[in-house]
Design a protein around this ligand. Structure first.
Ligand code: BGP
Length: 471
């Protein structure tokens, strides 16, 4: 839809960039930090571990100064649960508390709004050992108590909170739940139980947020993107709707409406995946929905119908971490209309506008983009130059679509690019870079960790300074 009247970004629009603790901090065993599931999971030997990452733990003053130079209005980062509570519950580690006090104070000094992710994948390993972690109901109170501690400790300076990052990924990636040994079917079944506990934990934490009279907004950071039908064949259109349901909407319906939709209930029943739900759980979710949504968007997908057969019976999934095909439901296929990144992620800026409209139509909550960016093999040239024009063009096209979504009537609080600086990619180590700031290290050579501004840094600086007019 083209619009006659054209709105610009609101003067208070939060231009930002994001990171996550385990991907940037390093110092995994320093100052009393406990181990997380990320620290103990089996690593792909082709990539580095996260022990040093971007060494942000030892560079916060320098890094925040760069954020200020870039002009950031908001910085999204996550708190490592195991720096605050090394065992996930029980004793507090003051050195960890102080680290985030220093970071938040430095941000506030530079008038950068902190946007805090309470938990971004690095679940305390001790809770897995104590009672199995998220698959146990005991996990709910420990998460709530941890979040309450953060509200009371940092809430005087932090107004925007993200509860859980990409819960759908956590429940489907066994190492992020701390699962070992179970077969694929059992992992999925336990994943849906963990999912339910995370939804209850989110709702009860939002209840605590309100009871403490916290100012500001709170909600999950969700991975949500359009699943297009591969053709206009009605079977493919049905496949795309079903894929949207089992990849994204099942979770949003729980967070925002406190319900397992009828079709999702059927899906779970047919596969024996229905989780144990206690009286009052759904009421709690209904009563305490999020007050904002964080949206992580990188690519869209196209799907066609994938009928169940004898060879692929209902529920058969391709052996990939995130579902690429599920018999009886859908199969992801290449979208011939779109170019892709070096990792095959299909670049779809209009898909972002569609995503934001879809989310707002369904859930009516203000949103902030919490991740959007392109992973690439950046090349450091002589004289510390990184010519990442592909990043500039990716971000430019996506920001244009955010603007169009605002014109469509979607309330957007801000936009955080992924990522502020290069960091260790969850599955691809240091070779897949995302930052505005280059970190001079490779997977197995830590070099000097020098911070180098890429071309995209100077471009984004202009975008922010012009409030999105100079793209
Ligand atoms: C999201 C995560 C981030 C980040 C990003 C890029 O799923 O929230 O932590 O890693 O994806 O993914 P990747 O590093 O696999 O390219």
């Amino acid at each position: 839809m083209e619009h006659k009247a054209y709105t610009s970004f609101d003067p208070g629009f939060l231009w930002g960039a994001a990171t996550a603790s385990f991907q940037v901090e390093g110092a995994v065993k320093e100052d009393g930090k406990g181990l997380s599931v990320i620290d103990v999971m089996p690593k792909n030997p082709a990539i580095t571990d996260f022990s040093v990452a971007a060494d942000h733990y030892h560079h916060i003053e320098e890094d925040v100064a760069l954020m200020a130079e870039l002009g950031l209005k908001v910085y999204r980062f996550s708190i490592a649960w195991t720096r605050i509570f090394p065992k996930g519950n029980g004793e507090v580690n003051q050195a960890g508390v102080d680290f985030y006090n220093r970071l938040i104070d430095a941000l506030v000094k530079h008038q950068i709004e902190p946007l805090v992710t309470i938990y971004h994948f690095d679940y305390p390993q001790s809770l897995v050992e104590q009672y199995g972690g998220w698959i146990s109901r005991e996990s709910i109170e420990d998460y709530r108590a941890y979040a309450e501690f953060l509200f009371k400790t940092y809430g005087d300076r932090v107004k925007y909170w993200l509860t859980i990052n990409e819960q759908d990924h956590v429940v489907r990636i066994p190492s992020r739940l701390g699962l070992t040994g179970e077969d694929h079917y059992e992992q999925l079944r336990l994943g849906y139980q963990a999912n339910h506990h995370m939804c209850v934990a989110t709702a009860i934490t939002i209840k605590t947020f309100h009871e403490l009279g916290m100012e500001g907004k709170i909600g999950p950071a969700v991975s949500y993107s359009m699943v297009h039908p591969a053709s206009s064949h009605p079977d493919d259109i049905l496949a795309s709707k079903d894929a949207m349901l089992i990849k994204h909407n099942y979770l949003m319906d729980l967070h925002c409406h406190g319900e397992y939709s009828y079709s999702f209930q059927r899906y779970l029943e047919e596969r024996n995946f229905t989780p144990a739900i206690e009286d009052g759980d759904l009421e709690l979710m209904k009563k305490y929905p999020p007050t904002m949504l964080g949206v992580n968007y990188y690519f869209s997908e196209a799907v066609r119908a994938f009928p169940a057969t004898e060879e692929f019976p209902i529920g058969y999934q391709k052996k990939s971490l995130l579902p690429e095909a599920e018999a009886g439901v859908f199969e992801v296929v290449k979208n011939e209309n779109l170019a892709a990144t070096d990792w095959g992620w299909e670049i779809d800026p209009v898909g972002l506008r569609l995503t934001l409209r879809e989310l707002y139509d369904r859930y009516k909550l203000p949103m902030i983009i919490t991740e959007n960016g392109i992973g690439a093999y950046d090349k450091l040239e002589d004289e510390d130059i990184v010519r990442d024009d592909y990043r500039i063009s990716y971000l430019r096209e996506h920001i244009k679509q955010v603007k169009l979504a605002i014109n469509d009537g979607v309330p957007m609080l801000g936009y955080c690019a992924w990522s502020f600086m290069d960091l260790v990619s969850g599955r691809n180590g240091m070779e897949k870079r995302y930052g505005f700031v280059y970190i001079n290290r490779e997977d197995f050579d830590f070099k000097d960790m020098r911070r180098i501004k890429k071309d995209s840094f100077y471009w984004y600086q202009k975008v922010i300074a012009s409030n999105g007019e100079d793209l």
